[in-house]
Ligand binder design. Structure first.
Ligand code: F0G
Length: 435
C-alpha cells in the first residue's frame, strides 16, 4: 500500500516521500503523520489473518506490533525490521482497582509487560526499523527515561549507535540503568525535558543523527498497535472509555489515529472515548482544554511531579492530541501527587503494579466517576504504561512514609506497607505474626 508523510495541518496537508528523514513539515513546520492510499483488505479477512498469526513462530508474527503490519504499511519490505517480540501485553481484570475507581468492572492493558518494560517498545520497533531502512548509523532522543531505555535496546539490537539525552537527576534509576546496560552513550543535561528536546533537534540536524522522540511519525505508527491488539483481544468489541496518562502526548495521538483507522476500515463499530490524565504540576494539555478557543497551548515552564515520566511542560504532539480527544468526544483530567500515589498502591494490591505515571489512570478514573463523567457501569480499559520495577525508590518511600511531593509536602502512606525489622527469634516472630 503506497505510504507518504503528510503534514498534519489541515491548511497545509503537504506530502513528502516516506523515506525523507524529517519530523516536521518543511513548508509550514507542523507535525507529520504517515498516511496510506489504496484499498485495505476487507475487515473479516484481516481479523482472520491476524488471529492466525498468533500461532506462528515467525518473528514478525510473534511481535504484537508487526502481527498487525497491514495497519502500519510504511516499509517496502521487512528486511530492516528489528523486533524484540514487543507487544503481546495482557488485558488484566482488576476488581479492587475497579471498586477504588468507582466502577463495577475495570481492565488494565499493561504495557509494562514489554521487553524493556514500557509502551515505548511498541513505537520503537517501528522507529528503529525505519532508521535501519534509511541507512542511519546513529539515533538520538531526549527522554524522561522510558524512551531512552527502549531506544537503547532496539538500536543496539539493530547495530545502531544510541545517544540519549536526559534531564540530570530527574529520571528514575531503573530507567537510567537500562540505558547504560543497553549500551547507550548517555548525556545528562542540566535542563528540563522541553529544553533538551530543542537542543537535540539542533544536534540531530547538524550531525545527521536520526531522531527517535515521539515527533517521529513511525513511533506513532507502532504505538497504534496497542489499540489494535486491545481490540483483537476483546474480539473487536470496543470499550466505552480508554484511559491513559498524558505527557508529551504521543500516545494520545497514536491511540486516536488507531481508533479512527479501525473505524474507517470497518474493524470496529463505535469509537471509545479517550480520557487523558495529567499530573497537577505538569498539566499544560488540561489547561488548554479549559480555554475557549483551544488554539494555543501555553507551556508550563517548570513542570513538577514525582511521576517523572510525565514531567513535561511543553508537549510537542498537542495539536494531534487535541484533534484525537475532540474526535473521540474525550476528556482531559488532572490528579494530585497524593491521588497518584494512593492509586498506585491499589494497583499494586491487585497483584499488578505499575510505575507512578501509569497510576494517574486509576486516580483519574476515580475523579471522573465521582464527577459523573464516567458511569459506574461503563466498560473501561486503562492503559498502564510502565512496569512496577521502573521506579522502586518511589515505592519504598511511599510505603515507609518518606515520599515527598515537589515543594516538600509529605505524601500520606494511605495504603502503606512498611517492612518490619524482627529479631532472629522464632517465638517472637510467631507472636508478632499472631497479633
Ligand atoms: N507513561 C510513561 C510510563 C511514560 O514513560 C510516558 C512518557 C508517558 C506515560 C506519557 O506518554 O508522552 O506519549 O504522552 N515518557 C516519555 C519518555 C516522554 O521520554 O520516556 P506520552
Amino acid at each position: 500500500m503506497p505510504a507518504e508523510l503528510i503534514c498534519f495541518s489541515e491548511r497545509c496537508r503537504s506530502r513528502f516521500r516516506i523515506t525523507e528523514p524529517i519530523y516536521n513539515c518543511p513548508k509550514c513546520g507542523s507535525l507529520l503523520e504517515a498516511g496510506y492510499s489504496g484499498n485495505a483488505m476487507p475487515a473479516p479477512m484481516l481479523k482472520t489473518l491476524w488471529r492466525g498469526r498468533r500461532s506462528s513462530n515467525a518473528p514478525l508474527d510473534q511481535s504484537g506490533v508487526w502481527r498487525y503490519r497491514e495497519m502500519i504499511p510504511f516499509l517496502d519490505n521487512y528486511d530492516s525490521v528489528v523486533t524484540l517480540r514487543e507487544g503481546n501485553t495482557p488485558l488484566l481484570p482488576a476488581p479492587k482497582a475497579a471498586q477504588y475507581g468507582g466502577l463495577d468492572f475495570l481492565t488494565f492493558k499493561h504495557q509494562g509487560f514489554n521487553p524493556t518494560g514500557s509502551f515505548k517498545d511498541n513505537g520503537m520497533t517501528c522507529g528503529a526499523s525505519q532508521a535501519v531502512r534509511l541507512g542511519m548509523k546513529r539515533v538520538a532522543c531526549v527522554s524522561t527515561g522510558n524512551t531512552s531505555a527502549s531506544m537503547a535496546a532496539y538500536s543496539s539490537a539493530a547495530g545502531l549507535q544510541p545517544i540519549i539525552f536526559i534531564p540530570h537527576g530527574n529520571i528514575s534509576y531503573g530507567k537510567l540503568a537500562q540505558a547504560l546496560e543497553y549500551g547507550a552513550k548517555t548525556l545528562q543535561v542540566e535542563a528540563n525535558f522541553d529544553q533538551i528536546l530543542a537542543l537535540v533537534r539542533v544536534l540531530a540536524d547538524k550531525l545527521g543523527i536520526y531522531l527517535l522522540n515521539s515527533v517521529n511519525p513511525f513511533r506513532i505508527e507502532g504505538q497504534k498497535t496497542i489499540i489494535v491488539e486491545m481490540m483483537d483481544y476483546r474480539d473487536w468489541n470496543p470499550p466505552d472509555w480508554i484511559v491513559l496518562p498524558g505527557g508529551n502526548l504521543g500516545n494520545t495521538s497514536a491511540f486516536g489515529k488507531a481508533l479512527r483507522e479501525l473505524r474507517d476500515w470497518g474493524l470496529i463499530g463505535k469509537m471509545p472515548r479517550l480520557a487523558v490524565i495529567q499530573a497537577e504540576g505538569s498539566a499544560p494539555f488540561y489547561d488548554l482544554m479549559q480555554t475557549d478557543s483551544r488554539s494555543a497551548l501555553r507551556a508550563v515552564e517548570h513542570p513538577q511531579t514525582l511521576a517523572t515520566a510525565i514531567k513535561i511542560g511543553d508537549p510537542v504532539s498537542w495539536p494531534k492530541a487535541l484533534h484525537e480527544v475532540t474526535q473521540s468526544n474525550g476528556v482531559v483530567e488532572l490528579v494530585s501527587e497524593q491521588e497518584i500515589a494512593d492509586a498506585k498502591a491499589i494497583i499494586g494490591l491487585c497483584g499488578i503494579g505499575c510505575e507512578p505515571a501509569s497510576a494517574a489512570t486509576l486516580a483519574g478514573i476515580r475523579k471522573l466517576t465521582a464527577e459523573g463523567v464516567i458511569a459506574h457501569d461503563a466498560d473501561v480499559v486503562a492503559v498502564l504504561t510502565g512496569n512496577v520495577l521502573k521506579d522502586p525508590d518511589y515505592i519504598y518511600r511511599y510505603h515507609t512514609g518518606e515520599l515527598e511531593a515537589p515543594g516538600g509536602v509529605r505524601i500520606r502512606p494511605t495504603f502503606g506497607n512498611k517492612p518490619i525489622v524482627v529479631p532472629n527469634d522464632a517465638d517472637k516472630i510467631a507472636a508478632l505474626l499472631d497479633n
